[in-house]
Design a binder for this molecule. Sequence first.
Ligand SMILES: [Cu+2]
Length: 149
Amino acid sequence: MINIIKKITVSISAFFLAIFLTSTSFAADVTVEMLNKQGKESMVFSEKVVRVNVGDTVFWKATTKGHNVEFIKGGVPEGVEKFKSKFNKDVEYKFEVPGVYAYWCTPHKTMGMIGFVIVGNDKSNLDAIKIIKYMGKSKKIAPEIINSL
Ligand SMILES: [Cu+2]
């Protein structure tokens, strides 16, 4: 009898553990830091590519000052409004429209401070992302990232 109870307890625990692991691996609210330095790179978003589900939120943390987040014109799915955050401020954005979003930090776009968010694993607007006029160092970095998506 005790053995049966033990078995049931173990399987119930395993069941809840499975639910926990599943929900955490899909819990996709993500934090990206805005940084002056990361390793050998300067002026950089801590994650260049973030993948989230529709309805998830990305938080950008103003870990170091002087940065912001601006969606690049032509670099978001159709129907998405422009978005530009204030300097030195944490900011968040809830992604409701699937597709690829290209963004940069306004003052450091020529220094390669760019990032991409892929929402709902939808890459249908990738051709538009490819023809964006990236500037300075971003011109070199962007194609490398885009090719890895
Ligand atoms: Cu910046």
